[in-house]
Design a protein. Structure first.
Length: 303
């Protein structure tokens, strides 16, 4: 009996030597076993996760992430990193509107800024022909036979005016009789320009039925037409322009008043003797207010 018990103990010791103890099992293996056990418990409580359900959950999460990313991409157009200038900015010197922190816009602004300031800079000359003086500036008349430096300044200003108004570089029908009126501010800058030429006939703008509403800026942006019946006219205003930051200061009105007083010697032109050439929407609005009627005269300075 004792011998059999002794043999049983020896066998038990031998078997334990070949079996790994709990302490000898790596912690990572034990952790995985625990996690597997917990997952088995969760699966038993929630339900079995099939490969199809697992892929469906992954695709759903990807679509949510993609939708959020697209939303951020559409909403966040400009990064606000604490810069001084942000978004659309208007230059206080040249009046150009550009997007700050945009390299292309900033480059275009620098080029336009330099060209514009050089164009409107007025150095002045000794024999300048001042035809009107005001508290905020003066009007200088330049004729075709004036010195070359005066003609060069008129050409520079006209290039800026044509670019802003969308006009093509067209030679006037009577270059020897063209008169240019420049409004010079106290800062010695050209902030207004009017170019006039003699004409013989013009056409009256036809008014459009607007109902009970009064003419507004929206109406001036609509297409309009003029009569086919010519009427006599004396003076044609081919271009009238005022610097963007100097508008609503009655500069355009003062230019036209001076033109009517100085176009013909000893004669003050009436409203029915002047015509505007293909006015822009803003020009049409000004002509309507100045002439006190939407049926003002127009002419084509290219013909």
């Amino acid at each position: 009996m004792k011998i059999s018990m002794f043999l049983q103990k020896i066998l038990t010791v031998r078997i334990r030597q070949f079996l790994p103890s709990p302490l000898s099992i790596p912690s990572s293996v034990r952790l995985q076993s625990i996690q597997k056990g917990s997952l088995v418990g969760e699966q038993s409580s929630v339900g079995s996760i099939t490969p199809a359900n697992f892929l469906k959950q992954i695709n759903t999460q990807k679509s949510i992430n993609t939708r959020d990313t697209n939303k951020e991409t559409k909403d966040q157009l400009i990064i606000d990193a604490g810069q001084k200038h942000f978004g659309a900015t208007m230059c206080k010197s040249c009046g150009m509107i550009y997007t700050a922190s945009n390299p292309e816009d900033e480059l275009q602004h620098v080029q336009h800024h330099h060209r514009f300031l050089e164009g409107i800079k007025y150095p002045g000359w000794k024999k300048e022909r001042v035809v009107a003086e005001f508290w905020d500036g003066k009007i200088v008349l330049v004729l075709p036979h004036d010195p070359s430096y005066a003609i060069k300044k008129v050409e520079d200003v006209q290039e800026l005016v044509d670019s802003e108004l969308g006009f093509q570089q067209v030679v006037p029908r009577c270059p020897d009789k063209t008169k240019t009126f420049l409004f010079i501010s106290d800062e010695k800058k050209v902030v207004g320009c009017l170019i006039a030429e003699p004409i013989k006939q013009a056409f009256r703008v036809l008014s459009e039925p607007t109902g009970a509403e009064s003419p507004s800026s929206k109406e001036c942006h609509r297409a309009w037409q003029c009569s086919n019946v010519p009427v006599p006219a004396v003076c044609g205003i081919s271009r009238i322009w005022v610097f963007r930051l100097k508008r609503r200061k009655r500069i355009a009105r003062r230019l036209v008043d001076t033109l009517r007083n100085r176009f013909m010697f000893g004669c003050f032109l009436s409203i029915d003797e002047i015509a505007f050439s293909d006015p822009t929407p803003d020009g049409k609005l000004f002509a309507t207010k100045y002439c006190n009627t939407p049926n003002f005269l127009v002419y084509n300075f290219n013909s």
